[in-house]
Ligand binder design. Structure first.
Ligand SMILES: C[S@@+](CC[C@H](N)C(=O)[O-])C[C@H]1O[C@@H](n2cnc3c(N)ncnc32)[C@H](O)[C@@H]1O
Length: 422
């Protein structure tokens, strides 16, 4: 790690890669794979950060992740016997995170699983009109699939009306929605695949839940699940929490306009009744492209890196430029909030990547480093790490899939690790 006192090191592109952050020594728990989620960080990083800080004399009882996504840091913290506080604005993320970090009895899961499948199979219930007349559902699903999914959800509602077991089955239900729909497989943009063979909901759910129960059994061999875990579905910028409660923060903040989390999880958001219109979930999401009207007087409140990027981008696409400016402003607020919640002398670790738009390099990492320095964090250190699977396929095609063809949008093969202390 290189300690920095200014951001010139980014300009000269001299940030060294550190192998420490590149590879994990332990096999990843299957629980990390129970639900797809974009931009997860590799689980081993959490363990490495905790070890790194503990080796430097920090006492860590509670780990916090203000952008906890699908709960990678939650599960890894629990695995190491640490308490955990996590926050994410996306309700699908916090559902998965709660499921991954809870203790379950596999025999009870098996019983519920069988009962849900049986009930859904014998049921002849029809989805109410509001389902099959819903424009979004009609767009993604065929009518027969809508009825079958409705029966599965009704069975979950009847047999598991609340609590962590409900979270478990809803997580499973959520993860089969894309395979059962016309959503182009693995696309990070909402795209129809007209030639897709749709999965049958009951079969897909059965397979999914079996995999999840296997994952629970595997986790229980090495994880005690004794930690206190709190995961909140809130906007981190205005969540109500005590000051100075975290012993360490390990997080990967959103990157600017790279993923539209609300759009990507629209099928789950509609089926799980989080909202009638998934676009409502974009509100408050940092890095969304849809914040171009919310710039106000913020230019004066962002750092030089952000201003420079905005000025370049404004000439090419003023709406996108405004969204980018808003992102930098929100991240600045997040840094201030992070400083409030972490204890004096405690450490913070960020994993963050860069993006580019219309040839303009959007240096999220450099801007974050500048914010940390501006907010008087001490011992700001930086290094680079490889994003392994992007090395062979470093571009995205027009459908948002990774590709090795150079006509796609460039995806970076490295991201940055930034650490600092309050
Ligand atoms: C890079 S992802 C984090 C992924 C996570 N490390 C994991 O392994 O799943 C960034 C997350 O920030 C969340 N997010 C965006 N804006 C937010 C906000 N205002 N408050 C809380 N979370 C937000 C997104 O929903 C997304 O899950």
């Amino acid at each position: 790690m290189q300690t920095i006192t200014d951001i010139s090191i980014f300009e000269r592109n001299r940030i060294a890669e550190n192998d420490l952050w590149n590879v994990g020594e332990q096999k990843e728990l299957l629980l990390h794979r129970i639900h797809a989620y974009p931009a997860k960080f590799p689980p081993f990083l959490v363990q490495k950060f905790i070890e790194h800080f503990e080796n430097r004399g920090k006492e860590i009882r509670l780990v916090a992740d203000p952008f906890c996504g699908c709960g990678t840091s939650a599960l890894e913290s629990v695995k190491l016997g640490k308490d955990f506080w996590g926050c994410d604005i996306n309700p699908v993320a916090t559902l998965i995170a709660r499921t991954k970090s809870s203790a379950y009895r596999p025999t009870y899961l098996n019983q519920l699983h069988e009962a849900i499948i049986l009930r859904a199979t014998v049921s002849s219930a029809k989805a109410p009109k509001r389902y099959y007349e819903n424009q979004r559902l009609k767009y993604w699903f065929d009518p027969d699939t809508i009825h079958r999914l409705f029966r599965l959800l009704l069975s979950i509602d009847k047999l598991v009306p609340g609590g962590k077991y409900r979270d478990f089955f809803l997580t499973g239900f959520s993860n089969i929605l894309k395979p059962c729909s016309r959503w182009l497989t693995k696309s990070i943009k909402p795209q129809i695949d007209p030639h897709k063979t749709l999965a049958q909901p009951t079969i897909a759910f059965d397979k999914q839940i079996k995999m999840m129960i296997k994952a629970v059994k595997e986790a229980h061999k090495s994880v005690e699940f004794q930690s206190r875990v709190s995961i909140v579905n809130r906007n981190f910028l205005n969540v109500q929490v005590q000051d100075s409660f975290a012993d360490v923060i390990i997080t990967s903040p959103p990157y600017v306009t790279s993923y539209e989390y609300a759009d990507l999880h629209q099928l789950s958001a509609i089926w799980l009744r989080y909202t009638d219109d998934y676009r409502n979930l974009r509100k408050g999401t940092i890095g969304s492209e849809h914040h171009s009207n919310e710039t106000g007087e913020i230019y004066e409140h962002v750092n030089q890196v952000a201003k420079g990027t905005y000025d370049k981008l404004r000439k090419l696409d003023s709406s996108k430029a405004k969204s980018v400016l808003r992102y930098f402003y929100d991240l600045e607020l997040a840094v201030k909030r992070i400083k409030q919640i972490v204890k004096m002398g405690s450490s913070v670790a960020f994993v963050i990547g860069n993006t580019s738009y219309k040839g303009v390099h959007v240096d999220n990492a450099k801007s974050l480093a500048q914010s940390l320095l501006d907010n008087n964090f001490k011992n700001v250190q930086v290094s680079r790490r490889k994003i392994s699977y992007k090395i062979l396929t470093p571009y995205r095609n027009e459908l948002g899939r990774f590709t090795s063809h150079a006509h796609g949008r460039k995806v970076y093969s490295h991201e940055y690790v930034l650490t600092c202390e309050k």
